[in-house]
Write a protein that binds this ligand. Sequence first.
Ligand code: SF4
Length: 327
Amino acid sequence: MSLLSIEDLTVRFSSGGTTVTAVDGASLSVDANEVVGLVGESGCGKSTIARTAVGLHKAARGRVAFDGQVVSSLRGSGLRAYRRQVQYIFQDPLSSLSPRLTVGKAIAEVLDIHGIGRPSSRRARVLELLELVGLSATHADRMPSALSGGQRQRVAIARALAVEPRMLICDEPVSALDVSIRAQIINLFLDLQREFGLGLLFIGHDLGLIRRISDRVAVMYLGRVVEQGTAQAVFDQPHHPYTRALLAATPSADPAVERHRNTVLLKGELPSPSNIPTGCRFHTRCPAAMPTCATVEPLQRAVGPGQSGTVACHLDASAQPQQTLAS
Ligand code: SF4
């Protein structure tokens, strides 16, 4: 059973008489002690699916389950436990830190809200958490504005860890940071993930980074997961033309790989989520599109080693049965 299971999730936003389908029947799952990378162009719904999972947006359809329990059915203590167990790390740590609280008070506030530990032991626990994220006792009395971006993100991580979560959702947590300190924060996430056996859903644009840190990868296009599988399978043998195009557009640090990189770039812009193309939603940009692609929507089918991955594409589909996504 997956720790977090998102099934057939649809999220719509309405404004000025226009309805936008930001997530359209997307499914993915994250196990305990597993890193799942979620990739795709800006505006494809990555953050929306993650924010809906923690209740920041409302689902129009589908379900989110945590540890086998449907989240929308949780009330009272069950809902409070879910909110503790799944913590969200934002791209900009300032958005989760009050400018009026010192670092120590910001972390102690979380312990207070959730009634964790005795008030007399707050300070000691705050210092433990600071140490856990690579900060020291001297940081406890500083204001967030006196910290670097990397230090603020460490404080945000300490606040998340304060409630002893089982899962972190990291929404591009290093893209706002200096390139020089990104690796340190990534390594911190990975160390904590291993130490506490956390499930980690990591949203990112940097495919090289996603490949390095992920056990499994899900590729989103225009509100839907179009391919997922082990990181090795998705990156080494991508089945979906969109995944191939994303990889082709990603420069390699290895000159030998770079020389032979097949630069099949994406045609055109991402269509508007208020007007999703018929059939395969990628057909307006797909270099391999066939006539049937414009009218028939491809279902998910199993691919990859041990049929452990899925892809939604008509290419080679006749060789294998179609199926709905496993959670
Ligand atoms: Fe391309 Fe057709 Fe596959 Fe869609 S179903 S990705 S248009 S080949």
